[in-house]
Design a protein around this ligand. Structure first.
Ligand code: BTN
Length: 241
């Protein structure tokens, strides 16, 4: 694992894509001028207070239709690191990291595929570490420093999260995907709790998350007791803030 540090880049995901970087390399920047989030959103982060970095992974053993497993590796690795600092985090399907009802970290994975398998994955991660004041445009942010009274050493947090992700990645390489999925499910945000969801046609309902399968399909129980599977973008959480 090599760590490459930059003062400012457009997006660490773009920098990490350069050919000079290879498996397990990390590109970390103090500032990003065009940080990207999921669904075309921007990712804003206070300079020097948080972690914005991308990890290069080359999971050529992983079939493209199992790419959800990689997402589990990353989400579990981040929550393992938080646990090490005494922070109990949950994974909001698919890969937001929550503490209580607030988001502490986000993940943006960009995959290249060769034949049937993944060839290269750029795993972009933003973790709110020492920032304690957030702009009003963010719906529900939190940070490590807002949860514990400490100020954190960004390098230490980076090393710990990278180690935790690589440890989970080894589990995947060794074929322990059953363990990964079980732990992912056990850490799911709102698992077994009634909450409000919306479907793409605007219909809203009170549902209960029951499980997730190896392809990432979320099983949600409807008020009539029927359990329906949803893929990414087929269902939205309606959170009360
Ligand atoms: C999200 O929750 O919307 C995903 C956020 C991912 C942000 C990180 S910050 C480092 C990396 N570079 C980017 O441009 N985005 C990811």
């Amino acid at each position: 694992m090599r760590i490459f540090r930059f003062e400012s880049v457009e997006s660490t995901n773009d920098t990490a894509r350069e050919e000079r970087f290879s498996h397990a390399d990390i590109v970390v920047a103090q500032a990003q001028s065009a940080g990207r989030g999921q669904r075309g959103n921007k990712w804003d982060s206070c300079v020097g207070e948080n972690l914005t970095f991308s990890m290069v992974l080359e999971p050529s053993f992983l079939p493209a239709d199992k790419q959800f497993l990689l997402l589990q590796v990353v989400a579990l690795g981040i929550s393992d690191m938080l646990k090490w600092y005494g922070i109990d985090a949950k994974i909001k399907w698919t890969n937001d990291i929550y503490v209580g009802d607030k988001k502490i970290a986000g993940v943006l994975i960009e995959n290249d595929i060769c034949g049937m398998n993944l060839s290269r994955s750029i795993v972009g991660i933003g973790i709110n570490v020492n920032q304690t004041i957030f702009g009003r445009h963010l719906p529900n942010p939190t940070s490590m420093a807002l949860i514990t009274p400490d100020e954190f050493d960004l390098n230490q947090v980076l090393n710990r999260v990278a180690e935790a992700i690589m440890c989970r990645y080894e589990q995947l390489e060794q074929g322990n995907s059953e363990t990964l999925i079980e732990e992912y499910i056990s850490r799911l945000y709102l698992l077994g709790i009634k909450s409000r969801y919306a479907l793409p046609d605007g219909e809203e309902f009170d549902g209960i998350i029951r499980s997730v399968d190896a392809c990432g399909e979320l099983s949600v129980e409807h008020p009539d007791g029927k359990v329906q599977g949803y893929l990414f973008k087929e269902i939205e959480f309606i959170l009360g803030f």
